[in-house]
Design a protein around this ligand. Structure first.
Ligand code: NAP
Length: 246
């Protein structure tokens, strides 16, 4: 098992990529904290993990609130005595073209995808530096790397996440903390269900592997980067995209 007895927080783990990552981590021996803003999704995911024979607790968190994030990290350490891994996965979209985008749409996405990752990274880093090691994994996107029509706010956050990842890798390496990002391509989750089918078909066609990704494709990448197999990898951005370039 790649993550035996590791303690991991996964934000946005109530569904989609976060849920798949939590389940994969449990299969690899980790104890997981299912952290999400939606109580119903948290309860369902925790129940399903327990039914698999895994160890999990739920944490209702709003990643935009430092107080809420602080409580999540505190409860994790109180319950399990340490924090080995955090996957800063919670993220949202609010798409519009540049000239039509409202200030509220811009601010909402910045708050969750950028400030949320900052809040979680900061609180986790304090614990990890103190305990002498850990792994921080951040959710970027192919959209952050290449840009995408109608996603000014989202692309800015996902490129910003890469900047934070590389900065934290420099700051925290000497404390034994590795920091990496995963940049998924187009993955079939509730987030992409909102996209027009013709756009998804176009993305499938653009990808050399001629398919959209599954949440498990991304969960596998997070598992590798969280594990000791990636012990010499920090400050990296792993594109898991089927080869798509926008
Ligand atoms: P998803 O299915 O929409 O799941 C995201 C989860 O995050 C939801 O359960 C959502 O809860 C939760 N969340 C939203 N705001 C939150 C907040 N303030 N605090 C805590 N939790 C919050 O998304 P996904 O497709 O799995 O994507 C996961 C991550 O991968 C995101 O960062 C996304 O940007 C990134 N990504 C996804 C794709 C893709 O194609 N799917 C591609 C590249 C990158 P509620 O909905 O109940 O609010």
């Amino acid at each position: 098992m790649k993550l035996l007895d590791k303690v991991a927080i996964i934000t946005g783990a109530g569904r989609g990529i976060g849920e798949a990552t939590a389940k994969k981590f449990v299969q690899e021996g980790a104890k997981v904290v299912i952290a999400d803003i939606s109580q119903a999704d948290v309860d369902r995911t925790v129940e399903e993990i327990k039914a698999m024979g895994g160890e999990a607790i739920g944490a209702i968190v709003d990643v935009t609130s430092l107080e809420s994030v602080n409580k999540m990290v505190k409860e994790t350490v109180e319950k399990y005595g340490k924090l080995d891994i955090i996957v800063n996965n919670a993220g949202i979209t609010a798409d519009n073209t540049l000239v039509k985008m409202s200030e509220a749409e811009f601010d909402r996405v910045i708050n969750v995808n950028l400030k949320g990752v900052y809040n979680c990274g900061q609180e986790a880093a304090k614990v990890m530096a103190e305990q002498g090691g850990g792994v921080i994994l951040n959710a970027s996107s192919v959209v952050g790397v290449y840009g995408n029509f109608g996603q000014t706010n989202y692309a800015a956050t996902k490129w910003g996440v890469i900047g934070m990842t590389k900065t934290w890798a420099k700051e925290l390496g000497k404390k034994g903390v590795r920091v990496n990002a995963v940049a998924p391509g187009f993955i079939l989750t509730p987030m992409t269900e909102k996209m027009p089918e013709k756009v998804l078909d176009m993305m499938k066609d653009k990808a050399p592997l001629k398919r959209l990704g599954t949440p498990e494709d991304i969960a596998n990448a997070y598992t590798f980067l969280a594990s000791d197999e990636a012990s010499f990898i920090t400050g990296a951005v792993l594109e898991v995209t089927g080869g798509v370039v926008l």
